[in-house]
Write a protein that binds this ligand. Structure first.
Ligand SMILES: Cc1ncc(COP(=O)(O)O)c(C=O)c1O
Length: 370
């Protein structure tokens, strides 16, 4: 190999670090909004059986369009949101990260703009970079909601091809009122833009908070993205999906996906998890209660807490959040330094992990200033 060879890396990728939060084997891993509960034994066994059943057929490529899985995801969404969705209006991929990547491949590109509202999920600029899409963030209000009039004006002026609304938002937990989503959907439709509502944390919303799926019948430009990584406790399986208002969107996503992108193993595992959705939903209820109790506790301790409809809480504010983060880590609790300066984000863990977090934060409080 010639010593002098330098790989011809794209100019915009030179020196760029890869995305990723620390993966540390500490007693309380509360940094990436996973579901903390291991899958129940009977479900794990059912998944093993489902994988064994497809294993002999792994010499063949999988169902390219994942028709059965998409039909089952549609049935689940219908049940969870109360909105009738069918399989032709559902897309599925390896995590909602890949769903988003497909959306950027199909609707972004050179000379096109994606618009969203910060603070928000830090992967969006990476999808934009990968697809040569211009990317812009408008600021959310101090309470982390989106000003719908400001958003509508910006959409009319800047004419993006993709608008992303994250609700509940990461890292703030903020769910947007449906009336505000509607104003933004109207503006996006008038500008000829796709509106992608990222509901990765949708199942954790408080009772009475609707999913943007209720708008699917009204807005042909709407896509509602979901994932099995959070509520379904299936982050390791990598399965995200989206409901689309217009089935033609699925056709174009089939154009940009790589061939046979969803393995037969992934499809079998996801279908089995959907068959046990009720068992996993029980954990979601517990996590919701734990979240609300932890938020109340943080408020009682004098912390500022962003109201959360997700499985995490953004709280603060700290003069030196890095010092608090380190003190917690030294105590076996891994959380995330993310969001505006002074705030920290903690994922909701098991009741024991949440107790451990409370105790560690109390101890950290004695060591570092707020
Ligand atoms: C807002 C949001 N969207 C999408 C994702 C991606 O999830 P996944 O690719 O595991 O489905 C995450 C993950 O944390 C997220 O926070």
């Amino acid at each position: 190999m010639a010593e002098s060879f330098r790989p011809p890396v794209r100019d915009d990728l030179v020196g760029v670090a890869s995305y990723g939060a620390p993966q540390l084997a500490v007693p309380a891993q509360l940094n990436v909004n996973e579901n903390p509960f291991p899958l129940p034994d009977d479900l794990a066994r059912a998944m093993g059986d489902a994988v064994a059943a497809v294993a002999t057929g792994l010499n063949r490529y999988p169902d390219r369009d994942a028709d059965e899985l998409r039909a089952r995801l549609a049935a689940y969404l219908t049940d969870e949101t109360g909105v009738a969705v069918d399989g032709d209006h559902v897309w599925a991929a390896n995590g909602s990260n890949e769903v988003m990547h497909h959306l950027f491949l199909a609707f972004g590109g050179p000379g096109r703009l994606a618009l969203t509202f910060d603070p928000t999920y830090s992967m969006y600029p990476e999808y934009a970079r990968d697809t040569f899409t211009e990317y812009r963030e408008l600021h959310r209000r101090a309470d982390f909601t989106v000003d719908p009039q400001l958003a509508a004006a910006a959409i009319a002026a800047e004419r993006p091809s993709i608008v992303i609304l994250t609700s509940p938002n990461n890292p703030t937990g903020t769910a947007l009122p449906l009336a505000d989503v509607r104003v933004i959907a109207d503006a996006a439709l008038a500008a000829g833009a796709m509106l992608v509502v990222d509901e990765a944390y949708g199942e954790f919303r408080h009772a009475g908070v609707p999913s943007a799926c209720v708008l699917l019948a009204e807005y042909p430009n709407l896509v509602v993205s979901r994932t099995m990584s959070k509520a379904f406790a299936l982050a390791g399986a990598r399965l995200g999906y989206a409901a689309v208002a217009d089935a033609a969107v699925v056709d174009v996503l089939k154009v940009v996906r790589l061939p046979y992108h969803l393995s037969a193993v992934t499809q079998a595992v996801a279908i089995t998890a959907l068959e046990h959705a009720d068992v996993l939903q029980a954990q979601v209820d517990l996590l919701r209660r734990e979240r609300d109790a932890l938020a109340q506790w943080l408020v009682a301790q004098g912390y500022e807490v962003a109201p959360s409809d997700a499985n995490f809480i953004l709280f603060g504010r700290f003069a030196d959040r890095a010092a608090v983060w380190h003190a917690l880590l030294d105590d076996g609790v891994l959380i995330r330094q993310v969001g505006p300066e002074g705030w920290l984000r903690v994922s909701i863990g098991t009741p024991e992990e949440n107790d451990r977090f409370r105790a560690a934060l109390d101890r950290a409080h004695g060591k570092v200033s707020r």
